[in-house]
Design a binder for this molecule. Structure first.
Ligand code: ACO
Length: 323
């Protein structure tokens, strides 16, 4: 059977770092409050000329370099984002053009913080269905542009950035020893859409809108939803938490990550944490965390890696892959 194997990874961050101390000058908050409640110490904020597409383009170029490939080798670009440069065309199409690619096709996936998990799963389906051989999967966001900078309950939580993976179809044995994507579980439930949303849009208000969140409500559902999909992936592959080398969670909140890992008996030393450095970068957080842990040598060829996320919608999902 064909498996989608990771060929390369890349990441890009805006130039400007904003520490918790600097957030104290913007809203009534404190470094202590932010660190204790979320684990976040700093975030990167896009400046003039930095957009979702420019960050996505930089991450894509880094991933191509890392893989030793050029755009000529790519058939499809999928960009997971909830903060596109424009309502349309898709940011993926803009990045395709920035990369100098005029063959193949490109589209966006929108599942908020679960966007990258949905995009990787979509890429895997295209590869296994024979519609593409190599897919550039990007998670890119500029959440700073949809934050209400007067709302301390949300603006301290998010940051901007991008990450990318290149997936390639490889003939494989069909066992869990194969490299590549082994299984995925995706969920959504629109009954929760009012707990985390943007209060504008082309068809409702004709404006872009700002992010609104009932933080406690999100927290209440997060751990159960995340652990359910992870367990579903373990069950469908007959693998167990003790076989896992790395859990790469969506980086929203340290407490959600720690509680989820604890519930599944995954020890803290197997969990990749970057929320302290990046804040919550929504669909970019998982590929940024992967790039961090793969470039510092933690994630190695043959490692069993679980990706998981939960976000607005609600949407949630998990992907198990062998690096
Ligand atoms: N600085 C200082 N005080 C604050 C801040 C702030 N930035 N924000 C809120 N407070 C105050 C509140 O006003 C409240 O004060 P009060 O008791 O006088 O009314 C107090 O802190 C406690 O507020 P809570 O909302 O109860 O704080 P909580 O412990 O729930 O932490 C948080 C808030 C961090 C948002 C938490 O609910 C959470 O992590 N929720 C998950 C949300 C999340 O991660 N969303 C990301 C997107 S979804 C995803 O990616 C999974």
């Amino acid at each position: 059977m064909i498996r989608s194997v990771v060929r390369g990874f890349g990441a890009a961050l805006p130039k400007r770092v904003v520490t918790n101390r600097e957030m104290e000058d913007i809203v009534d908050t404190s470094d202590d409050w932010i660190v204790q409640r979320t684990g976040i110490r700093q975030r990167y904020i896009a400046g003039e000329g930095e957009t979702t597409s420019s960050l996505g383009d930089a991450a894509a170029r880094a991933a191509l370099d890392n893989a030793g490939l050029t755009v000529a080798d790519i058939d499809l670009i999928i960009c997971a984002t909830s903060t596109p440069d424009n309502t349309f065309p898709a940011t993926a199409v803009k990045i395709q053009n920035m990369l100098g690619m005029s063959h193949g096709f490109a589209f966006d996936v929108q599942a908020v913080c679960t966007g990258f998990v949905y995009a990787v799963t979509t890429a895997d389906a295209y590869i296994r269905g024979g519609l593409a051989k190599r897919v550039l999967v990007i998670g890119a966001e500029t959440f700073s542009r949809i934050l209400d900078w007067n709302d301390r309950t949300t603006c301290v939580l998010f940051g901007d950035g991008a990450g990318a993976l290149i997936l390639e179809g490889v003939e494989s044995k069909g066992t869990t020893d194969d490299r590549g994507i082994l299984a995925a579980s995706l969920r959504s439930d629109g009954a929760h859409r009012d707990k985390l949303y943007v209060d504008g849009g082309p068809s409702s208000t004709g404006t872009v809108g700002k992010l609104r969140m009932e933080g406690r409500e999100v927290f209440k559902h997060a751990v159960g939803m995340i652990t359910d999909v992870i367990q579903a992936v373990f069950d469908s592959t007959g693998t167990t938490p003790d076989q896992l080398d790395w859990l790469v969670p969506h980086q929203a909140n340290r407490r959600i990550i720690d509680a989820s890992a604890k519930k599944l008996d995954i020890p803290p030393e197997k969990v990749v944490i970057t929320v302290d450095l990046h804040g919550n970068t929504s669909a970019a957080s998982i590929p940024l965390a992967i790039a961090t842990a793969a470039s510092d040598g933690r994630i190695k060829e043959g490692d069993l890696v679980m990706l998981e996320a939960m976000g607005g919608g609600f949407t949630w999902g998990a992907v198990l892959l062998r690096w």
